[in-house]
Design a binder for this molecule. Structure first.
Ligand SMILES: Nc1ncnc2c1ncn2[C@@H]1O[C@H](COP(=O)(O)OP(=O)(O)OP(=O)(O)O)[C@@H](O)[C@H]1O
Length: 326
């Protein structure tokens, strides 16, 4: 059984055309015209239960639209979508109890005057969480998300990182089996983002949850997602393993070499020098020549340390966005 199935998904928004200037604005009130904005075109992919998959693409690629369709907030123009066997747009309560859609840009909705604890209790009633499960889950989430000092505070008084932790607790209180995470580390500091990643990975593993995650931060993708679905202009450009994408798009590897007495001119013959400081060099070497170049450097130089690294993921993804995956 697959957790999420998307086949031939299309979504077109109907956006009103508004004129500029008061005359045109007034006339567009009485004489409405619309234009069709294609957001998702022929998207297909499937997620197995327990898979954690990165859903990435440049701004406006169609990621949030797809997630809104998968969580039932939007009805697709056409195509076939199933999440845990349900049609999401029907928004049946038993479906909603098994999924969570968490957005870094709006981590907690509802009244901002309520305290975190009140909101959690309200959530318990809304999602019909049995009292014993509620207490157990709340204790666990309080510990893992460091919520103790936040429980009595009003939502409106929380920082972005604190709101995100509260938002996660609200969504995970009912133990969803599928999570759609839309930029969960948006605006978080380094520690906040690391906590978030660790928490998501831990929850997915413990609960066996399926996770589809969008992020513009490659550190999220690299640390959480062995598989990527890359979309651009509403179409899937790549669906496969992250490391295979890196191998395909980056014909180079980096050799990080510490050799205090090395001659830079000699190193330039081995590869392009991209960094040099205090006896440590980073050379960019064509992938197919890495083994030969490494062996040569080790025999010719007095090498204190040598490591072979993949090109940074940012560079790989930037290339995928600019030039396509091909
Ligand atoms: N309510 C709407 N009405 C009209 N067009 C929309 C609407 N929402 C999104 N779009 C358009 O649909 C396309 C896809 O938008 P979407 O928000 O899904 O992209 P995204 O990949 O999530 O982008 P980002 O990374 O910037 O959040 C864009 O061209 C966007 O302008």
């Amino acid at each position: 059984m697959t957790a999420v199935v998307v086949e031939d998904l299309y979504m077109t928004y109907r956006a009103p055309i508004r004129g500029s200037g008061w005359k045109e604005t007034l006339s567009s009130v009485f004489n409405r015209r619309y234009r069709e904005v294609p957001a998702v075109q022929n998207v297909s992919f499937a997620l197995a239960p327990g898979e954690v998959v990165g859903f990435i693409g440049p701004n406006g690629a169609g990621k949030t639209t797809t997630m809104k369709i998968l969580s039932g907030l939007l009805h697709a123009t056409s195509g076939h979508v199933r999440v845990l066997g349900y049609s999401p747009w029907q928004r049946r309560s038993d479906f909603l109890r098994r999924i969570a859609f968490i957005r870094g840009s709006q981590p907690v909705g509802g009244s901002q005057e309520l305290t975190v604890l009140d909101t959690l209790q309200y959530q318990r009633l809304l999602y019909d969480v049995p009292p014993a499960d509620y207490r157990r889950n709340l204790d666990e989430l309080t510990e893992l998300l460091d919520l103790k000092d936040l429980l009595q505070r009003q939502l409106r008084a929380l920082s972005l990182g604190e709101k995100m932790r509260a938002g996660l607790a609200l969504s995970l209180l009912y133990r969803p089996e599928v999570m759609f995470l839309d930029e969960p580390t948006l605006g978080l500091d380094v520690t906040g983002a690391t906590t978030m990643r660790r928490f998501v990975a831990g929850y997915a593993e413990r609960a066996g949850a399926t996770v589809l995650l969008t992020s513009h931060y490659m550190a999220d993708v690299a640390s959480l997602c062995p598989r990527l679905v890359l979309i651009d202009k509403g179409k899937v450009q790549y669906d496969g393993q992250l490391d295979q994408l890196a191998a395909k798009l980056s014909p180079y590897k980096l050799l990080r070499l510490t050799a205090p007495n090395a001659d830079e001119e000699r190193l330039k013959e081995a590869g392009e020098v991209v960094e040099a400081s205090n006896g440590t060099w980073v050379l960019r070497v064509p992938r197919e020549e890495v083994a030969r170049t490494t062996a040569r450097l080790l025999t010719e130089l007095e090498v204190a340390d040598l490591a072979v690294e993949e090109a940074p993921l940012e560079a790989v993804i930037d290339r995928a966005y600019r030039e396509g995956v091909g």
